[in-house]
Design a protein around this ligand. Sequence first.
Ligand code: F6P
Length: 322
Amino acid sequence: MGEIKRIGILTSGGDAPGMNAALRALVRSGLKAGFTMLGIERGYAGLLKGEIRQLNTRSVSEILHAGGTFLLTARSKEFTTPEGLDRAVSIIHEYGIDALVVIGGDGSFRGAVSLAEKGIPVIGIPATIDNDVASTSYAIGFDTALETALDAIDKIRDTSSSHERGSVIEVMGRDAGYIAYAVGLASGAEVTLVPEVPFDLEKDVLDVIRRGRDIGKHHYIVVMAEGCGSAIEMAEKIEEATGIVTRGTVLGYVQRGGRPTAIDRVIASNMGLHAINLLQKGVVNRLVAVRDGRITDVDAFEGVNMKKTIPEVLLTEAMKLF
Ligand code: F6P
């Protein structure tokens, strides 16, 4: 590997609030370290089209507080093919990019590692509202998504309690239940369902709701991760079995947008700074991570093969609150 002078940066996969803060930190600290900073638009899809431009300190002004990503993002099927990967490598060489920083989730990191296997030096910064990246305990965007979902659930609880109805709320997370677990606990949901822990409709949902009714509860909240199925269908099943009027709400993309919280801005900024510090030392093929409460980095090849899951005990403990 030659000396690193030109750094390409991109955001990939689902956007996450705080991505802009990471980009700002990368660009500003990268320029101060003497690197040329190149922004690649629309993730790997834009890389394949050569949508690359040089960034200066003003390119990242006024973005710190904004959700989304000013570099735009995309999911690219073409990049996952052997031909697409080879094309990406030749474009990286064509633009003289010495190292690539990829901000995104698991899929984006797998893409980065495929490039590393082809000899492209990479650094990954975890960002996904799902918080399911195994190499880190925290991914940029999670805290903001939790605040947004929690605010919506608190509001739904008001109407649910006024009408003495049940509400089933579906939150995002793809195959992971981190958002559901955290907002279930924080909102005082009577039932929380996550894909990592199998559940029995009769015992884990209907019985809990009936017991609540028997002790005088007039409304209830079920928080379910999208990986457990449809909230609308679940609401219908519950209403049919219990006779309690029940509505389903799918929170959807509202969870991905919005101003990043202070926590997301601070972590994202520090992750961007960490990535540039690594590159200054010539350390590459690392995934930036939060581990044991501090920002660090792990080997990219090992990191993408790590597994992460919600321990069942967390849910059983949460049930003690009802
Ligand atoms: O990974 C973030 C996420 O919002 C998941 O929670 C969700 O399953 C998925 O992205 C939706 O993806 P898309 O933007 O392609 O609809």
